[in-house]
Design a binder for this molecule. Sequence first.
Ligand code: GDD
Ligand code: MN
Length: 387
Amino acid sequence: MMKMESPAMELLAGTGEVVVGALELSVIVPTFNERDNVFELVQRLEARLNGNGWEIIFVDDDSPDGTAARVREIARGNPRVRCLQRIGRRGLSSACVEGMMASSAPYLAVMDGDCQHDEGVLPRMLEILRRGEADVVVGSRYTDGGGIGSWNTSRAKMSRFATRLSRAVIRQHLSDPMSGFFALRRDALEPAVRNLSNIGFKILLDLIASSPQRLRLKETPYHFRNRHAGESKLDSQAMWGYVMLLADKLIGHIVPVRFVAFGLVGTVGVFVHFAVLSTLFRVMSIPFRFSQAAATMAAMACNFALNNALTYRDMRLTGWQWIKGLMSFGLACSLGALANVGIASYLFRRDTAWVLAALAGIVVGAVWNYAVTGFYTWSKEGRGPRS
Ligand code: GDD
Ligand code: MN
């Protein structure tokens, strides 16, 4: 058998024909509202990667600014460019994973769509992978020769704190586990892909923590640049996504992390209930049954809004869907409340201590609410595009 020179020169299966320029590298670029950046990024990659063995896959979550349409426009004139447009879903990590799974290349790279990552580092990353020196090459801002550009001190501090937290789930040393810029061998991805949490922003961390075998890591320094155009999507809720990812990696095999989040939100709801109830009943002297009804509604609406923004952030409802979601959430939780009271009363009648009877009611109600709203309110099926 003929020895393969590099993946860019391969034998065409069965025919013995040598194909020059076979696909070697897919660059996966997640985008949300990056219309004015995608062309610039394609041009910069063209300038740095030569030969035919590479492609760019943009994974766009149906950006309202029309990023996907812009990518397809570029793709019509440049066959290297592909567009994967996801409808009704959000999430940087899951976008990266789907982009990688849509690729057939032996090497994969992930980078942001706003030109903050230095594409000049890609050839070096690829070379390290080709030589078999590592399974994953991470672009690092915190190793010698790297930098974080003009981040303000509070964001820099947050990033360092998050880095320290990451040690809870990955045991290997990495100076920049938060990096969104890295390259890897496809055969390092495949054994890990079914264990991924797919939550939030931190795909690299998820990947390393999910890999059944210890991955060989290498870092290359780069300077984090300023955005070419547009603004960052990494807001305060990204921190919540990060905590959920860590929690899923630590306890996800025991209890679903969404259920834990749902329970935490429920606890907030209890406080809201008492705040509204005491204001109406004690301060404003409104009759108890009206105050209690209003407090229940307020707690339910607040729970819905929080669950929509946090627990089900990746499937969050907006516009008209939000109103419909609130209705179905209210309906499901009313039945949950009936189950709660029914079971608690039954146990109480059978001489169970009142605290235990109440707790049993609460647990059954919560599980019911979680299961039913997960199915009806935030189900993935049957939803059209959302803005
Ligand atoms: N498909 C998809 N879906 N893409 C998204 C989503 C989403 O829900 N949210 C963000 N993106 C895309 C953005 O369009 C951009 O191309 C990339 O993901 C990074 O998002 P930014 O909003 O630019 O993030 P950042 O610059 O604040 O943070 C980046 O740098 C950090 C440090 O390296 C990200 O790469 C972080 O993951 C990274 O930790
Ligand atoms: Mn960015």
